[in-house]
Design a protein around this ligand. Structure first.
Ligand code: TTP
Ligand code: MG
Length: 446
C-alpha cells in the first residue's frame, strides 16, 4: 500500500451496449441488450436502461426478454468493441508505461510510474482529463475511474464511481472504506471461498477483519487465508504488471488408435481450431502465432508454428495454417496425439488486423472513433443478417439490421454521426444490400 492514491482503475460503462448506442442513435437512452440471440443465448451486457428492468450479464436471453420485452436485443460486433477498447488503452498508455489490462474494458495504471504529481488534487485532475478524453476520442463512451493506494482500493473506488464517475479512496481511510463492503469485494474471493466464509458467518469485509489469520487459514487454506487476512486490512502489495496476459490457448487429443489418414487428421484440426477460436473470442483476443503439435506412433514429438502478420480469431485461419503445418510432417507411421495451439495474443484491435482498402492507411483515421468500413464478403462465406450487424444499401446508405426472418430483412438507416434514421424492409437476397464487416485474414508465412 502506498501513501498516495496513485493507482488508477478504469472500467468502461455498460461497454458493449454503449458502443451499440453510440453507433445506433435511435437506441440512445433505450434498453439495449447485447449477447447471444435466440432462446439459448446469454446476455453479455445490458445498457443501464435495461438494467432498470432487472436485466443482468450472464442471464439467459430468454429471461432478459421476459423482463424487458421492449428492449433491443443485439448480437455482438466485436470488431467495434475491440477498436473502442484499443483507443482507450492507448490513452492509458499515454499516462504511464505501467498499464495492466484486465479485460477488454478494464485496466490498472500506475500513475507513480508516469512522472505525475501525486497529491490528491493532481490525481483527480488526471482522472477527470482521462474521462473526458475517453468520451471525446471514442465518440461518446463513458468510463468510471477509481484512484487509490493499491489495486484493491482503485478497483473499489471505480466501483463506487460507477457509472460515469470518479472516486478516490483517500490514503489513510482504506480500512474504514472497505469495512462495510460485501466480503466478495476482496480480490480472490470466488464462489467456493465465499461459501466457506459464509459458514463462519462472514457477510462483509468487517466480518473478515474480526477473524484471526489462523482461523482464516484453517477455513480457506494457507495461500488464500494469508492473502485474505492482509487484504481485509487493505494490505495489498500487488504490482501493476503489464505482461500478465494469457500466454497460449491449445487443444490436444490423444487417439485411441493411431491415425494415418491425413483427411481424418484434417477433420480433427477443423474441430480443434473451432474450439480454440471460441476460447480466443471469449477472451476478446486475437492470436498471431498458430502451432501444431504431432506425436507420432514412435513417440517422437514434432511442433511447428507460424506467425501471421496480422492477428486473427477466425477458426478457419487457425485450421488452414495448422493443416499447412501438418503437410510438412511425415506421418506414415501414424499419429498418436495431435494438438492445435495459438499464442502471441493482441488484446485489442490492431491496425494491421484490418484491410482498410479505400479508407486509407493513415493511423489516426483508422483509430477514429467512428469507424468507416468497407463492404467485404462475410468471412463466413454465406451472408447472414443478425440483429445489430452493420449493412449498406446502394440506395439508402449505411445502417444496421433490426431483424431478419421469413426471407426479409429490416434495416434502420443511421450511423453514429446521423440523427435517428428511417426503417425499411428488403428481400433477404436484395442484391443492393450487403453486410459491412472487417476482413481480418491477412497472413504471411514465416
Ligand atoms: P463489465 O465491465 O463487467 O460490464 P459492463 O462494462 O457492460 O458494465 P459496467 O458498467 O458494470 O462495467 O464487462 C465489460 C464487457 O465485457 C461487457 O460490456 C460485455 C462483456 N462481458 C461478457 O461478454 N460476458 C460477461 O459475462 C460479462 C460480465 C461481460
Ligand atoms: Mg465495464
Amino acid at each position: 500500500m502506498r501513501t498516495t492514491a496513485s493507482v488508477l482503475h478504469l472500467d468502461l460503462d455498460a461497454f458493449f451496449a454503449s458502443v451499440e448506442q453510440r453507433d445506433k442513435p435511435s437506441l440512445r437512452g433505450k434498453p439495449v441488450i447485447v449477447g447471444g440471440i435466440g432462446n439459448r443465448g446469454v446476455v453479455a451486457t445490458a445498457s443501464y436502461e435495461a438494467r432498470a428492468f432487472g436485466v443482468r450479464s450472464a442471464m439467459s436471453s430468454a429471461e432478459a426478454h421476459r423482463r424487458c420485452p421492449h428492449g433491443a436485443f443485439l448480437g455482438g460486433r466485436f470488431e467495434a468493441y475491440r477498436a473502442a477498447s484499443s483507443i482507450v488503452m492507448k490513452l492509458l498508455h499515454e499516462l504511464s508505461p505501467l498499464v495492466e489490462q484486465l479485460s477488454i474494458d478494464e485496466a490498472y495504471v500506475d500513475l507513480a510510474a508516469g512522472g505525475h504529481r501525486l497529491d490528491t488534487d493532481s490525481l483527480r485532475k488526471i482522472a477527470e482529463k482521462l474521462r473526458s478524453d475517453v468520451v471525446e476520442r471514442t465518440g461518446g463512451l463513458t468510463a468510471s475511474v477509481g484512484l487509490g493506494s493499491s489495486k484493491f482500493m482503485a478497483k473499489v473506488a471505480s466501483e463506487m464511481a460507477k457509472p460515469d464517475g470518479i472516486a478516490l479512496v483517500a490514503p489513510g481511510t482504506e480500512i474504514a472504506t472497505i469495512a462495510p463492503l460485501p466480503a466478495r469485494a476482496v480480490p480472490g474471493i470466488g464462489p467456493v471461498t465465499m461459501e466457506r466464509l459464509e459458514r463462519l458467518g462472514v457477510r462483509t469485509v468487517a466480518d473478515i477483519q474480526k477473524l484471526s489469520r489462523s482461523e482464516l487459514i484453517r477455513e480457506v487454506g494457507k495461500a488464500s487465508g494469508e492473502s485474505l487476512a492482509s487484504l481485509a486490512f487493505a494490505q495489498d502489495q500487488r504490482a501493476i504488471e503489464p505482461g500478465r496476459e494469457m500466454k497460449s490457448i491449445s487443444v490436444e487429443h490423444t487417439f485411441e488408435t493411431d491415425i494415418r489418414d491425413r483427411d481424418e487428421l484434417a477433420g480433427v484440426i477443423d474441430r480443434d481450431s473451432m474450439r480454440v477460436a471460441e476460447r480466443v473470442q471469449k477472451a476478446c483476443m486475437f492470436a498471431k502465432t498458430i502451432s501444431l503439435k504431432v506425436r507420432r506412433a514412435d513417440f517422437s514429438t514434432h511442433t511447428r508454428s507460424r506467425t501471421l502478420v496480422g492477428a486473427t480469431d477466425a477458426p478457419e485461419t487457425f485450421a488452414r495454417v495448422a493443416k499447412e503445418l501438418l503437410s510438412g510432417i511425415e506421418i506414415a507411421g501414424g499419429v498418436r496425439l495431435l494438438g492445435v495451439g495459438v499464442s502471441n495474443f493482441t488484446e485489442a484491435a490492431q491496425e494491421e488486423l484490418f484491410e482498410w482498402g479505400a479508407v486509407g492507411s493513415d493511423l489516426d483515421e483508422k483509430e477514429g472513433a467512428v469507424l468507416d468500413r468497407i463492404p467485404v464478403e462475410s468471412r463466413w462465406g454465406k451472408q447472414t443478417y443478425w440483429p445489430g450487424v452493420d449493412v449498406v444499401h446502394q440506395d439508402y446508405g449505411s445502417g444496421w439490421v433490426w431483424g431478419a426472418g421469413l426471407g426479409r430483412v429490416t434495416v434502420r438507416f443511421e450511423t453514429a454521426t446521423t440523427p435517428p434514421g428511417p426503417v425499411k424492409t428488403f428481400a433477404i437476397d436484395d442484391p443492393k444490400l450487403a453486410l459491412l464487416t472487417f476482413s481480418i485474414d491477412q497472413e504471411s508465412a514465416s
